[in-house]
Design a protein around this ligand. Structure first.
Ligand code: PXP
Length: 239
């Protein structure tokens, strides 16, 4: 079954708005696991505008499920953090320094040599590697040549089309990319803008999907529906 990794960055955004430690992001990670999440994701950025490097170390101490750290490995600070914390998985994302959120996948052809080198560094430390890619066959093929264990399909395009009522169109390129990944022996993750409306259709069409990481929509839903209930509702979409 597809695993649900809860991205808890938004807890840190809220905490940082006031200083202090409310809400407590370590508790948010503990509770996500208690409420049924299969893993916890964080996306520390070099400016530490939401998750801080200290948070990442603190969360590592309490993780009993899967810990996934996302970020851009062109920042040496990020590489050092990941190698020190040793999460189960690192997801490499080509996001710019001041970008609000990730908005594209790697060009795995142009950056093949660089990715191959970085992936080897993390794998040598025993960390599973996933790289963020758009649902484009050439990018999946390029990814397979870098030595990555998995790819994470960037699902914003799917979510947008789905919202407009074009779900068959929305899933098309993702299905093809996912089939290519399977054929090439790559594990498969997905994330970005997945929510309670679009998640089921995505996972039903791509049942070999290993993991989704969901943050923004899940935390927004939790405000109305409660954190435990929301995690359970997302889990049900993946059954
Ligand atoms: N995957 C990656 C690589 C991301 O950068 C993000 C956003 O931090 C997500 C998944 C989760 O996206 P969302 O917050 O829209 O669920």
């Amino acid at each position: 079954m597809t695993k649900l990794s809860v991205n808890i960055n938004k807890f840190a955004t809220l905490r940082n708005a006031r200083g202090g430690n409310n809400p407590d992001v370590v508790k948010a990670a503990i509770d996500a696991q208690l409420f049924g999440a299969d893993g916890v994701t964080v996306h520390p950025r070099p400016d530490e505008r939401h998750i801080t490097y200290k948070d990442v170390h603190d969360i590592k101490k309490i993780i009993t499920t899967e810990f996934n750290i996302e970020g851009n490995c062109t920042e040496q600070k990020f590489v050092d953090l990941v190698l020190a914390v040793k999460p189960h998985q690192v997801t490499l994302v080509p996001d710019a320094l001041n970008q609000v959120t990730s908005n594209h996948g790697w060009n795995t052809i142009e950056h093949k040599a660089y990715l191959t080198e970085m992936i080897a560094v993390f794998k040598k430390a025993g960390i599973r590697v996933s790289i963020f890619v758009d649902p484009v066959i050439e990018m999946v093929e390029g990814a397979a040549q870098t030595g990555t264990d998995r790819i994470e399909l960037y699902t914003e395009g799917y979510a947008k089309q789905f919202e407009q009522g074009n779900k068959e169109v929305a899933i098309k390129s993702y299905l093809k990319a996912a089939q290519k990944a399977k054929e090439l022996g790559l594990g498969l993750n997905a994330g970005h803008d997945l929510d309670l409306h679009n998640l089921k259709y995505f996972s039903q069409n791509i049942p070999w999907l290993d993991e989704v990481s969901i943050g923004h929509a899940l935390i927004c839903d939790a405000i109305y529906l409660g954190y435990e209930n929301t995690i359970q509702m997302y889990k049900r979409q993946l059954q």
